[in-house]
Design a protein around this ligand. Sequence first.
Ligand code: ADP
Ligand code: MG
Length: 353
Amino acid sequence: MKNCTHRILAVLLALCLSGCSFPGRRETETEEIGGAPVTVTSRNGWCLLEGFAMDTLIRLEYRGKDADAAARDAFLAVTDMEKLWSVTDPESEVSRLNEAGEAELSADTAAVLEKALEACRETDGAFDPVLFRLKEVWGWLDDPHVPDPQSLGKALAASGSGKLSLSGSSARLTDGAGIDLGGIAKGRAAEVLASRAGAYEVDSALLNLGGNIRTLGRKPDGSDWKIGIRDPEDGSSLLGVLTLAGSGCVVTSGAYERSFTEDGVTYGHILNGTTGYPAEGDLVSVSVTGTDAARADALSTALFVMGREKAAAFWAERRDFDMVLLDRDGTVWISAGIESSFSTDRPVQTIQP
Ligand code: ADP
Ligand code: MG
């Protein structure tokens, strides 16, 4: 419930910041798309669609002649991806692969899994899509709890990208391993929506998939997008605001998103695939901004696992994305690339290459 409240607050905050003021009368309708109830508010040339999918709030705002059609098509696409990638739906393609140990995948699933493996290689396994048995043993599918050592050992032995082979669309898992795309699915979905928008007459869009933000084009008045990054310790205030000039993304990961407390210890949902335990770095939240929301999603999870120093070194070697890190002492660290586009009231340190 607490998580849910957090997520709703995050989306509300993003809503305020996006400043969706639009003159004139609006039509609001409630309907069902892809089996999920949604609210669609529209006025000529503008459409806002909100609904719940992929276990989170989805808020899609489009501007342009085809705004309505684009928004509905986008939400339907999200529900389609959820049906393919959900680990709680036993009928999903991912669940079937995890159950059978091998499967011929659809093009969409093969593509996201390929992306996930790329991120796994790039981050030296800090991001790993083959941690499903660990997710399961920690009870994240139904009832989160600390597993007994024997079950944890078994789950750890059935985890890691080395247990997956993907050749074109054929996937095979060994040793009872399972895949989980939870750390990249929303980012990938945002990218899929961005490319689908190309089929419509859309001038700009602001896509928010549970706090994973993807912008498309420029705002109609030519001003920059202002994306708020939530303060994880206080859901109603902001850690800072990032300015995006045109198409781009801001994706945030943090243990606070989903956690549980047992015997006074808090355990987060981001796992360290080496220890089998929740990642216990020195970071509270990680936001990544760049051009590809799928990569940003995977990287935000990976950098959280790495901790501040490794994350800084990882960034310095590449510099093809930027990041905002919040550490346990309350200090905000930003990569040098966003020095002029990030504003905050907090103490801030800039990471230089
Ligand atoms: P959120 O889903 O809250 O936006 P993330 O993008 O960080 O946050 O994804 C966390 C999810 O990713 C977990 O719930 C789990 O499904 C999966 N996951 C956890 N640890 C890892 C990891 N080390 N690598 C890849 N995926 C992970
Ligand atoms: Mg992620």
